[in-house]
Structure formats: C-alpha cells, structure tokens
Design a protein around this ligand. Structure first.
Ligand code: D5M
Ligand code: FE
Ligand code: ZN
Length: 730
C-alpha cells in the first residue's frame, strides 16, 4: 500500500505537502513504523510539512529544508523560526487515546509490513480517536442564556427558529425571543454585551430534530431548465496550474487545456457528459419557484449594498529588484519584506488611534532618550517566551530590533497569551540602555469599546449567513439545503417565519462552497461528485433557486478552486464558471467587506482560527467566535506566519482588519456560534456538511444546517433557523 493508505490504516493523517516531501523516500529510506513513532513523539497524528521536514532531518535524509531536492519544495511556508513559548498548548491532547504503539518502543521499530497489516481504514471507521465530548460544547454555545423566550410551536414545519434558550423538557416546543436575543445579549466580565453559552439549546435542537417530518414537497414544482451560456465577465488573476497528469486520469473524457496570461495552463475544461450517463446528480432538474401569492417585502425595499473591500480591486505592485536577472529567492525575500513593512505601517496607524499610547518612538532611537523617560514602541513580535520572572518578547520595527521584558507581577503581562507571533503590538515603558526595554503596559491594537451608532433604517431587512456548503461531498446535507431553498421560496410554517423570509434581501456564503477534489488524504472516498466542474455546476443548480431579489455574495475557502494562500482573490473562473452566470450573485474575495445599508460586514472564510487554536491557550475549534475575537483584538485575520495558514507574498498586507466592522463573519470550522465584542457582532456561520471521516479522526463535531438570520439595521442576530433534522444520517 502507499504511504497515505498505510497511515490511514493506523489512524494517522498526512497533509498533501507532507506527502510530497515523504513519498519518494517511503520504504526506501524510512519505514512506516519510524514515521509513526516520530509523529507520536511529537504528540500528533496529523503529519504536516513541519513534521515531515523534521523527520527527514532526523533521519539524515536532508539536514535543512533548503537541502531538499528542488522538486520537493512545497508552496507551504517552512517551519517558523521563532521560539515557541511554553504556554503553547501541546498538540498531544489526544495522545493517550491514540493507537497504542508502545510495543514499538519496547521492541524497536516494527517493520512496515507488520504495521500495514492492520485492518483497512473502512473497517476501522467506528474506532475513531475521541477525546472528551466536544459535541456538547459545540451545540451548547449558540444561544443566549438569559433571554425570556416567547414560545410557539412547530409540529409540522420544515424549519425551526430559535434564538432564546428553550425551556427544559420542552422537546416539542421551540422557543424564541428574537428581539431580546438580538438586542440584549447577556453581558460578560469585559463590560460589553456578550452572548452566553447555553447547554439547553443544543439538547432541544437535538430533540427537535427527532420529530416526525411531514413531506410537503408537493408545493414545489420540478421542471427542467434550459442550460444558458456561461457569462464571461470576470478575469482571473491567478495563473496557478495543477498537475496535468491528475486530470488525464479521467478515462475517456479528453481534457481541453485553457491557457491564462503568459501561456500558463490554468484549467482543463471537461467535455460535456450528459447527466444521464453520470452516476451522480448535479441537481439539474431541481427547480423551486416562489410560492404563489407569497409576499416578499424585501422586493419593495431598494437595494443598498457596496463592496467596501475586495482583494481583486487592490493593485499590487510587483517588488522592485535590482535587475531582471535577480535570483528568484531574492524577489521572494523582497516581497515578504514589503509585506511585513505594509503590515507594520497599517498596524501602527491603528495603534496610534488609541490616545492612551502616549509618545511613540522608533526602536532605533531608544538610545537617545533618558532612562527615566516613559515611551511607547510599536513593533512586530518576532518571538515570545516565558522566563523565570516574566515574559520576554523580541520586537522589531523598520529601525531596529529589541528585547522587551514584562514582569509577571504586572497584570498587563497576562496579555502575553493573547499575542500571536508576528502580530504588531505596542509596549510602554523604559529603555534600560542594554538592549532591553522594560514594559509596564501592553497595547493590543484591539477594537474601540464604544458602539458605532448608525442611522436607523426605514424598513427591517435581513441577511442570511452561510458557509461551508461543501457541495459534492457525500456528507453534504442536500435534503436540508433543499428544504432551506424551499423555505426561502415561501414554504414557511407560521407567521414568524413568513416575516423572516419576506424580508431576507441578502445571502452571504463565506467559502468552501464545494468540497473540491484532493483537499485532504482519503477525500475521494467521501465524494459524491468527484469532479470539480460538476461540483460547481451542482452548486449553481441549487443556488439558481434562491429567489431573484436576494443578492448573494459568494467567496472562496480552502476547498474551493482558488489560490490556497491568503488572501484569496476569488474563484478560478475556469472551474467555478457556473457561479458567474448566477444573475443575483456577486463573487467576492476572501476576505472581503460588504456594506449593507451602511453596515460593514467583514467576511472571512476563517482559516486564521486554526492558528489561534494552536497558539492561544484554551481555545477550541468548537468555540470559533472566541477565536475570532482574538483575531479582532490583534486586528489581523491570520497574524502568524509559517504556522498552518499559508500567506501569499503580496506587497501589501490585505489581511489587516483596517476598519472596525459591524459584523465579522467566519466559517471553516463548521460550528455555528456567535458573540458580541466591543460592539462587533462576531459569528461563525457553521456548515451544511455532516461530520466527515477526517473530522471524526481529528475530533471535529460540526453543527450543520443552521441558518443565522441577521437584522441588517443592528447587525445582530434576528433568529437561527435550523434544518438539521434533515441532515441526520448523511
Ligand atoms: O475544515 C473543516 C474543519 O477541519 C476545520 O475545523 C479545520 C479542520 N481541518 C481542516 N484541515 C485540517 C488538518 N489538516 N488538520 C487538522 N484539522 C483540519 P475544512 O476546511 O472544511 O476542511
Ligand atoms: Fe469547510
Ligand atoms: Zn475550510
């Protein structure tokens, strides 16, 4: 068996970049047992490129990443150089329940054949690694605890609406307190209104999901729609091509190569295969039309939206190097230097808006001030670590580098844990004269505490937030999604829902709209639609059923056909072409800022959350809103360079949260959760994909098919409509 299969058989995972690093040496220079033992010693069961590099170095196969043969160099940034602080949570959380390889240490390395003899992944799928009970955490966090619910019953409807905490034991009744949930979320210690995490909500959701469901699909007409031409108004700026052989495996389908700028092949256009000949459906005959007589108030409300920020509109200047013959490496170094200069400049501007900062001085000029003088420095935190008496940072600005120390007894030192490497921070204190700055105050860029008042709107108008639909996955909750589409088309169960649907004017999709192909090891086995073109076609066939008056904003995620590194300017049009012909859709970048009726919605797929979870103690994939608040405090969507999230060497850092949004939407981690932080509504929109085998192994418990509905005026939650009962057993 190959490396991926062998690892999977042992409940170990490998990322594609790590695979490419290791595959050639497998069985030649190392055994499976050695690799597993190494991963185990690092307390992880996910072999990524950092682990792979370290392993190869330890095996003496190469001694530094630079010595790897050129064809093995991946686009993923190499391991970070900074000293890891001791508070970084250990990835070994799961180790006690991992496959027991203790025999290995007793008897030395087990030959690969022995390890490979363990049962195939399919037969082991029930014995996945599990730690604790994240499902409770996952579902309990979405509803405010203290709202006094006004109750109403759904016995037959296809959806269920909830924002308040349902009463205990009301398993057939679902409660709501929309206004209260929206305007009076309970407060927490920070002095700002923050949502409260409630356990009951999840339980009632589950109970509700077990209700018998009436099939009222007869209300929707199903007929076939003629295939229109793909519109072609979008130009793709990212000329990345995938491996040619990959697509040539496609049996008798002859790929047609499309060339981008400079003759770089960017896509292989599949020849049309009639749907009847395919073993899967792309929903080509799904047509849902608005229910006759349903009154859409939103149709009468004038459109009011603008793109405030889209990466595609940023003009990046290519880095200037001495001459055209400059080495490629030199250009890349220059590009990243420009990138960090841009970050520093933007973040300094944000930090200086805080009047508490006082006088700011360049690091290079510290030598000119008196030792008693209190000053502030602002710089990139290159590294941080705990010392015997406190915390030490290495901080850099464009004029110099300095060590910054803060004593543990100072309350301010607690901020140490919030500071992610490579974020830009202000330190106030004294310069010792020996290249150490003694700080007594730490300033995170943060978000001002005051609420940004906006003029009221004449009419209530709502936006629905979606993310991670993952069309094409066999875990895509298609029935739930179709029910949601019917709901949008007026198939509602009561007056409350009618009011909601009637006023929905916008829909935001924050990435991973399809499942993609070749995204994680073993994904192929979980694909219903194994073809990326057909996945986008299927998504198109679903989304064309969104009523015309609802404007959709659709951005990419890491499963989409788009550049992997952040920021993602947009979908590769050659792959996602069907989306571009949706009349009521706007293709956006990741990240992007859309202004709806004067309210700024920051939309970000959310990969930055992964780094927060890895770096900041006590963070979890199951509490994404908390992690998003950490990013807001650092005013950056992916501060740390060289961790899990690849960052493109653009000369400008477009991941800085330059202006404070009214709402900050993420996805990616597949858990619906929200919070309010300093006036910003922070929400993760969850997913439409049930738990995948991969997620089982890494213990991610999603909360699929819940739709948060936002009152645009307040940029707060109006209701959560849940279709999860249709997502069971997917
Ligand atoms: O991400 C779905 C979830 O899976 C999200 O919580 C991140 C997590 N994820 C994705 N890739 C990995 C790897 N390689 N290791 C650990 N966890 C991961 P999605 O983007 O939908 O796949
Ligand atoms: Fe996803
Ligand atoms: Zn994702």
């Amino acid at each position: 068996m190959g490396l991926v299969e062998d690892l999977l058989a042992n409940k170990y995972l490998i990322t594609p970049p790590a695979y490419y690093l290791l595959a050639d040496y497998y069985k030649e220079a190392f055994t499976l047992a050695e690799l597993i033992k190494f991963a185990k010693s690092r307390g992880t069961f996910v072999i990524d490129s950092t682990i792979a590099n370290d392993f190869l170095r330890e095996k003496g196969i190469f001694s530094s990443p630079l010595e790897a043969p050129p064809e093995k160099v991946t686009l993923e940034p190499g391991p970070s150089e900074e000293v890891k602080s001791s508070e970084t949570p250990s990835p070994a959380e799961n180790s006690s329940e991992m496959v027991d390889l203790s025999e290995m240490s007793d008897h030395g390395a087990v030959p690969a054949e022995n390890v490979a003899e363990t049962p195939a992944p399919e037969s082991q799928s029930q014995t996945f690694i599990s730690t604790g009970e994240p499902s409770e955490m996952a579902v309990e966090s979405a509803s405010p605890r203290e709202s006094k619910p006004e109750k109403f019953t759904f016995s037959e409807g296809k959806s269920f609406v909830s924002t308040g905490t349902p009463g205990v034991g009301e398993d057939r009744e679902v409660s709501t307190s929309m206004e209260e949930a929206a305007q009076n979320p309970p407060e927490d210690g920070s002095g700002e209104v923050l949502p409260v995490e409630s356990r009951a909500s999840g339980e009632v959701l589950a109970a509700d999901a077990s209700e018998p469901v009436t099939d009222d699909s007869s209300d929707t007409s199903v007929e076939s729609l003629p295939n229109g031409d793909y519109s072609n108004g979008y130009s793709n700026g990212n000329g990345y091509a995938d491996s040619e052989e990959y697509y040539e495996e496609n049996g008798d389908v002859k790929p047609k190569i499309v060339y981008g700028d400079y003759g770089v092949p960017i896509a292989y256009v599949e020849e049309e295969v009639p749907e009847g000949e395919k073993s899967y459906s792309t929903y080509s005959d799904l047509v849902i039309t608005p229910k006759e007589g349903f009154h859409y108030r939103a149709k009468e409300i004038p459109d009011d939206w603008e793109m405030v920020f889209d990466v595609k509109n940023v003009k990046f200047e290519a880095p200037k190097v001495k001459n055209a013959a400059s080495k490629e490496g030199e250009i890349i170094i220059k590009a990243y230097t420009d990138y960090f200069k841009s970050r520093l400049k933007k973040m300094r501007r944000i930090l200086r808006e805080n009047p508490e900062l006082g006088s700011v001085i360049d690091i290079g000029k510290l030598g000119y001030i008196g030792r008693d003088e209190e000053v502030t420095i602002i710089g990139l935190v290159n590294s941080k670590r705990e010392t015997a008496k406190g915390y030490m940072f290495e901080v850099e600005d464009s004029t110099g580098i300095i060590k910054v120390f803060i004593n543990r007894n100072n309350e301010e030192s607690k901020k140490f844990f919030q500071i992610m490497p490579d974020s830009v921070i202000g330190f106030r204190g004294h310069y010792s004269g020996r290249n150490i700055f003694f700080a007594n105050k730490i300033f995170l860029p943060d978000v001002p505490k005051y609420k940004r008042e906006k003029p009221p709107l004449e009419e209530k108008v709502y936006a629905v937030l979606l993310s991670d639909i993952h069309v094409g996955s066999n875990k895509f909750c298609e029935k739930a999604f179709e029910n949601f589409l019917e709901w949008l088309n007026g198939e509602v169960s009561n007056r409350k829902e009618e009011e909601l649907v009637s006023r929905i004017k916008y829909m935001i999709l924050a990435g991973d709209v399809v499942d993609g192909v070749g995204i994680y090891p073993g994904q192929y086995n979980e694909l219903e639609i194994p073809d990326i073109f057909d996945q986008y076609e299927a998504l198109y066939n679903l989304l064309r059923n969104v009523p015309d008056h609802i404007t959709m904003f659709i951005g990419p995620g890491n499963h989409d056909a788009a550049r992997t590194a952040l920021p993602q300017p947009g979908f590769y049009e050659e792959y996602a072409r069907p989306l571009f012909k949706l009349k009521n859709a706007v293709m956006i970048s990741n990240p992007a800022v859309v202004r709806l009726h004067g309210r700024d919605f920051l939309i970000f797929h959310g990969r930055g959350i992964e780094d927060v979870v890895n770096v900041i103690p006590n963070r979890s994939h199951h509490r994404p809103a908390e992690a998003s608040v950490d990013l807001l405090k650092l005013r950056h969507l992916a501060p740390t360079f060289g961790e899990k999230v690849p960052i493109a060497p653009d000369p400008e850092d477009t991941l800085v949260i330059e202006s404070v949004p009214d709402l900050f939407q993420t996805g990616h981690v597949h858990v619906m959760e929200y919070k309010i932080y300093n006036g910003v509504f922070v929400i993760n929109a969850g997913t439409w994909q049930a738990q995948t085998e991969f997620q089982k192994m890494v213990n991610i418990v999603p909360t699929p098919a819940r739709v948060p509905i936002i009152d645009v005026e307040t940029a707060r939650l109006r209701a959560v409509v849940s279709f999860d009962r249709f997502c069971e057993g997917v």
